[in-house]
Design a protein around this ligand. Structure first.
Ligand code: 7TS
Length: 412
């Protein structure tokens, strides 16, 4: 662990930038450990939203008046910032969507509908969020393609050997996450991508749980699609991106029809706009896209390696403390993880644990985390999940641990 990097961040100073953290919940200082669901927003992101509406609000790409020009410029600046953030080769490879769910649906509805044929195979993993399962089931059903699933090991890692065996000339698409939301497992996506390409398949990476924690270089990874949600990386809800390789995006049909995505419309025929606008029909979520730029700068200024070093330290501390409590069982103990820890307490329902922790001001997620097949694999209904962001502290972990200890002592 890079402790030298950890000391570089002044966590109290960082916390002070997040107004929401400064409140009492049920009479106790809020301990927010539900960051994998959505993390909190620094003041600069909130200010960017307010400032956009107070000073610049206008529809983009259409008007020639000053406000329209300002709004368009700010919106396109975020596209450039995101291009750099994931090191995309071309700016038009960045498509704004509502987030990962819409990005995946865009690919299944456009690429999947255009290129999948009966008997083709699509591979996902047993670690996926429902949003990287259901859209593939829907398109496979429509196209009579076959969905295959890479099994997961007992510690919550993708079984790579099994994956290699599933691959064949029939494989047309592989879709896996960069990091698991339920278990935190970081997947060996470079190996997964290269193996998919070896059989001529295209590959989509769901980066929902990676963008705030892990370095992303889409050119080095050589993935075909990469999906990000803004709200999981300190940005606003309701926006995110689909990255796609230009040559693929160019041959894909539009996903939605409407304004903005056209070049010319007649009743006889419509021609479509160039990338990225071909995939951005209608008035987009301008304000949130503009504010997303601040979230990108926030991460860039802290440095992802510094963020990860701090979060890894919190995770190791959590694992050490929780695993020492009788009746607590950790779920997901992969070697490489982002800062997520799921656990159960034998004989106590996860909802009850979540509710009891909430009375102490501690926010955790409970349930299946939109990964029901993964819970089935472990033979459980759900877990309690603590997940960390850069503003969390060891003191907060201590409060979680104390809360869990009290629950165990009280219930057992
Ligand atoms: N993929 C992963 C790995 C996720 O963690 C999530 C959201 C999604 C896709 C969907 O992202 P969205 O922004 O389009 O909703 N995960 C969670 C979670 O773990 N708890 O609440 C949302």
């Amino acid at each position: 662990m890079n402790t030298a990097a950890t000391t570089r961040l002044d966590i109290e100073k960082i916390r002070a930038q997040f107004p929401v953290l400064n409140q009492l919940v049920n009479g106790k200082p809020l301990v927010y450990l539900d960051n994998a669901a959505t993390n909190q927003k620094p003041k600069r992101v909130i200010d960017a939203l307010t400032s956009y509406y107070e000073k610049d609000n206008a529809n983009i790409h259409r008007g020639i008046h000053t406000l329209a020009e300002r709004a368009t410029k700010a919106y396109e600046q975020t596209r450039h910032a995101m291009q750099q953030f994931i090191h995309a080769k071309h700016v038009e490879e960045i498509i704004f969507t509502r987030g990962v769910t819409e990005s995946i649906n865009l690919v299944t509805a456009s690429y999947g509908r255009a290129f999948l044929k009966a008997g083709d195979e699509v591979i996902i993993s047993g670690l996926e969020h429902h949003s990287n399962i259901v859209p593939w089931q829907m398109i496979c059903e429509e196209k009579k393609a076959i969905l295959k699933v890479i099994p997961v090991t007992d510690i919550g890692e993708i079984d790579l050997e099994a994956y290699y065996k599933l691959l064949s000339a029939k494989t047309k698409i592989v879709a896996v996450n960069h990091a698991s939301n339920s278990l935190g497992t970081i997947n060996p996506i470079k190996e997964i991508i290269d193996a998919a390409h070896n059989v001529g398949a295209v590959i989509l990476i769901d980066g929902a749980q990676a963008s705030a924690h892990l370095p992303i270089d889409v050119q080095e990874l050589d993935c075909d699609f990469y999906c990000i949600s803004s709200h999981k990386m300190y940005g606003p809800t309701g926006t995110g991106i689909l990255y796609g390789k230009k040559d693929l995006l160019e041959k894909m049909p539009p996903y939605m029809g409407g304004g903005e995505m056209i070049k010319e419309v007649t009743f006889a025929k419509t021609t479509y706009n160039d990338l990225p606008y071909k995939f951005e029909a209608g008035t987009p979520n301008i304000a949130d896209v503009v504010a997303l730029n601040e979230a990108i700068q926030f991460i860039n200024e802290l440095g992802k390696e510094n963020i990860a070093a701090h979060e890894n330290e919190l995770l190791s501390y959590t694992v050490k403390k929780l695993s020492a409590i009788p009746h607590v069982k950790l779920v997901g103990t992969a070697k490489e993880k982002v800062s997520v820890q799921s656990f159960i307490i034998e004989g106590i329902h996860h909802f009850d644990i979540g509710q009891m922790l909430d009375t102490r001001g501690i926010a955790v997620r409970t349930g299946h985390h939109c990964t029901q097949p993964l819970m089935d694999h472990f033979g459980i209904e759900g877990t309690v999940r603590a997940s960390f962001s850069v503003y969390n502290t060891k003191d907060e972990v201590d409060q979680l641990v104390e809360g869990v200890e009290r629950i165990v002592n009280f219930m057992k």
